[in-house]
Design a protein. Structure first.
Length: 338
């Protein structure tokens, strides 16, 4: 029988793609999601990719009674914890909501896991815990100084999980620090569709390409980078999804806690992304260079060597494929799952 993995936030962008990778690897994902930032119609799409829809429970990760019931009734062998809020600007405006959801939610989950004797946990952390790094590529040992409440909520959970593992060595934990996840499943059936105006670059660019937005505003053209625009480590969401499966397998093999960057190890500028998207879509992406976005770091990318040596995982898909797959999803689903 396939081992059941509880996937909190599994209806969301990274979670839905990870369900595909889990199913391909012989696991049975069980999604718990409150649909606060996702659409239940993703399940039909997942059924078309996987062959059967993953089991789904609508509910909140902060609902301890619900978690206790799930752990009692289902033979859950491990948990991948995606559920959380991720908009940096909202976290500055409403920090307590972010700590409530991201930190308290993680505590309720780990308490329920402990009570149920399930001690395998893969946690969605973020490269945002590094803040403005001293240099790139960033190793996992770099200083941790997140610059906003969202990033601090991730670091708080990381710290708590490190303490938990020290207190109880039976835990098997992976803290995965994602760089900039983009792209979509190659089928074009699932992808990212942010509600309202996108904050992030790739969804904005693809909405310009499909005609939903007039032009991209490039946030700053005077950074000390090759073309003056910001540089990031974009990583294909399916590579990320496979990284979760690799981390799960590693945790199953040995107890302990690992902290791993999941990125490509390569930086791409805003204009590199624009050009790659133009190649992928055959469309011209209108853009205008505007002022820097407050709080933005000029350039960073990750060092993914540890994930490769520990998990045998590395990102295989390049920027062109990220744009091609985003475009296939965006073109086929201009308004998301609606
Ligand atoms: P997403 O918003 O698409 O997915 C998160 C899912 O969690 C959504 O489906 C949402 O409805 C659900 N959710 C939120 N709070 C919940 C709660 N209390 N109970 C149950 N469900 C809840 O975001 P994503 O991009 O897929 O991100 C997944 C995780 O990865 C998040 O923890 C995020 O912080 C982290 N992360 C994301 C990025 C990124 O750029 N996308 C980068 C680094 C880390
Ligand atoms: C990328 C580049 C922008 C939009 C964010 C979070 C981070 C992590 C990933 C969760 C930058 C530029 C963007 C636009 C632009 N999430 N840009 N015009 O800021 O690197 O990271 O998502 O953990 O915590 O902060 O990603 O996609 O917003 O920006 O020029 O309309 O694109 O300035 O250089 P970011 P992004």
């Amino acid at each position: 029988m396939s081992p059941t993995i509880l996937v909190t936030g599994g209806a969301g962008f990274i979670g839905s793609h990870t369900c595909v990778a889990l199913a391909a690897a012989g696991y049975a994902p069980l999604i718990l999601d409150n649909l606060g930032n996702s659409d239940v119609r993703v399940l039909d799409r997942l059924a078309r990719i996987i062959g059967t829809a993953p089991r789904f429970v609508e509910g909140d990760v902060r609902d301890r009674a619900l978690l206790d019931r799930l752990f009692r009734e289902e033979a859950i062998s491990g948990v991948i914890h995606f559920a959380g809020l991720k908009a940096v600007g909202d976290s500055v405006a409403d920090p307590i909501t972010y700590y409530q959801n991201n930190v308290h939610g993680s505590f309720v989950l780990t308490e329920a896991m402990q009570a149920a004797g399930v001690r395998t946990l893969i946690f969605s952390s973020s490269a945002t815990v590094y803040g403005d790094p001293d240099s790139s590529p960033i190793p996992e040992s770099a200083a941790l100084r997140p610059a906003n409440p969202y990033g601090r909520s991730k670091l708080m959970v990381e710290d708590a999980l490190r303490d938990l593992r020290r207190a109880d060595p039976a835990w098997r934990i992976a803290l995965l620090r994602y760089f900039n996840p983009v792209g979509a499943h190659e089928s074009g059936l699932i992808g990212e569709h942010p509600q309202g105006k996108p904050n992030n670059l790739m969804p904005f660019v693809s909405q310009v390409a499909v005609g939903l937005r007039d032009k991209l505003s490039v946030h700053g053209g005077d950074y000390p980078t090759a073309d003056g625009t910001g540089v990031r480590d974009y990583v294909h969401v399916m590579d990320l999804a496979e990284g979760h499966v690799a981390a799960l397998r590693h945790a199953e093999k040995q107890p302990g806690l690992v902290t791993l960057n999941l990125g490509t190890g390569q930086g791409a500028s805003v204009l590199d992304v624009v050009k790659a998207f133009e190649r992928a879509s055959g469309k011209t992406i209108a853009y205008e260079v505007g002022p820097r976005r407050p709080g933005d770091v000029p350039a960073y990318w990750g060092d993914p060597a540890l994930a490769e040596s520990l998990l045998g995982w590395r990102a295989r898909r390049g920027l062109d494929q990220m744009c091609e797959d985003s475009w296939r999803w965006q073109q086929g689903n201009p308004t998301g799952y609606a």
